[in-house]
Ligand binder design. Sequence first.
Ligand code: FAD
Length: 531
Amino acid sequence: MPQTNSTDIAIVGAGVTGTSILISTIENWIAKEKKGSITIIEKSNFLGPGLPFNPEQPKTLRINDPFNASDIVAQEDYSFFHWLKLENDKGNPEVTVLGVGDKTLDDRFPPRAVYGKYCEWAFKKAVTKAIYHGISIHLLHKTEVVDVLKRDENWELHLNNNMTIKASNLILATGHMPSDHYVEYENTPGFFATPWQDLSHIPAHEAVIVFGSGLSAIDTAKKLHAQAHTGKIYFVSQSGALPAVKPPRHNQTVALQFLKRENVDKPGLTLKEYLHLFQQELNLHTTTPIDFEKKLTTQLDPKSWLEKNIALAEKGVVRTWQLLLDEIYFYSLPYAWKHLSDTDRATLMNHYFGPYLKWAAGTPLANAKEILALLESGQLEIIRGAPQIHTTEKGFELEFSNPPRKIVAKYAINGTNMGHNIDRNPLLNKMRRRKFIAKASQGGIKVDPFTYEVIDPQNEKEETHANLLSAGPTIFGSNPAVYAIEASAFAGRDIGKAQASILPHSLFKQSSKASDTTNLGIGQINRIRCA
Ligand SMILES: Cc1cc2nc3c(=O)[nH]c(=O)nc-3n(C[C@H](O)[C@H](O)[C@H](O)COP(=O)(O)OP(=O)(O)OC[C@H]3O[C@@H](n4cnc5c(N)ncnc54)[C@H](O)[C@@H]3O)c2cc1C
């Protein structure tokens, strides 16, 4: 007989988003002296880090946003810096090496593996606190939710271990989807669909093609470099453009004038109007006029680009208009996006978003220096263009037309951005086919981007489900500003608060406590991560 448990809230996915929601819900319940049950289900070994922050990845891979913009929840005793201080005081060599000062680090971009350990700590801390306060927590890792059904007003989750969970509220924090590009090569020998899988069996001397030249491509080169790869590495991308470079330290900020919320959160807003406001904003902050269309699409050759940007970053300089681009990600774009037509959204995504990210989401200085050294040594080459790709017994043969050129490599790695097709996650695919969720026009799950409530595709008025939420990269098409730890923390804050305020009316309407046999006690918390 399959075992069934009941829970007030089920969270699927224990990456940064699921963890932020968990912590925030627990903290809100404690503050309101509420007691309920939460179940969190994660298919990997780790509770907390999710895909980007696996604690076992090479230490040379760094976080791309600074440590002080990377708190899993906005609460001092859960902050990344708080954890760094604790570990520094304990003499943890992974942390002491980072140069932890009173308020800052020597370099604002510590390793992603170290960040992953902070996520695990924050997860564990919240669970320990919850149990102490009588909140029932049920943790399932190495467990996948394979299907979801609706029974009365509850969700019934089917797990790959034959267990069933009945949940009054369901939160989908299933995270990243694989890239939408080069899907046709995923079963070709020598092709790696993502750089985040094990690359160690690529022979060190072999040439490797990396599709893309953004942050993921940079990490791929760094990963290969860390495993002492000596063969040629080719970055191949349409633009051939590398991201901007972020200095180790700076404290400049900029306030939005034209693009602030009240100017863009307007029904009927068009992309043309938004771009006009954008140009006005640029003019306000720069002494010499910038033609941003030109700026977004032209770039120096990669070596000169890096040399110039490294020199600026070494002086701690961030251009004002770059700060502006950074600022609009959270504080303007989501409000404008809400009102844009599907056609405008498509134009924004296809024409502007890629170059925008290269400028706004830069790479840390240390990464840029490593890439420059690889370029200077001739091991790395960046090729611009859209080649014809042939797969032969020699591997991948890429033919470029302008100028004519052919490159061959046995191995190719997809280093383009993560994708947005919900059908690439088997659970979301099933839920879409059951008509519980729908695709947003640019991918991801269709939700109300400000409450995270999932739109019910069976509701003619496009109203939301009362008890189904989703946040993180899974909702990209509903809000493009979801690819950041800060975005996950915003979701955690808002969902945690909302879950506390709806108690006890809807949350407890059908639920019962999680079974004692599956509820972990404090003594068991050390074992939440499997060896
Ligand atoms: C390589 C990379 C590096 C990044 N670096 C930074 C950075 O330095 N700074 C920054 O601010 N942002 C960074 N980001 C942005 C990042 O997207 C978000 O910050 C955040 O990590 C998203 O977390 P998540 O929990 O939503 O997704 P994920 O990390 O993808 O977590 C989702 C979890 O759900 C689980 N899951 C999925 N389906 C199921 C299922 N059916 N059953 C059970 N479990 C399931 C997965 O195993 C996974 O652990 C990076 C993104 C990538 C891809």
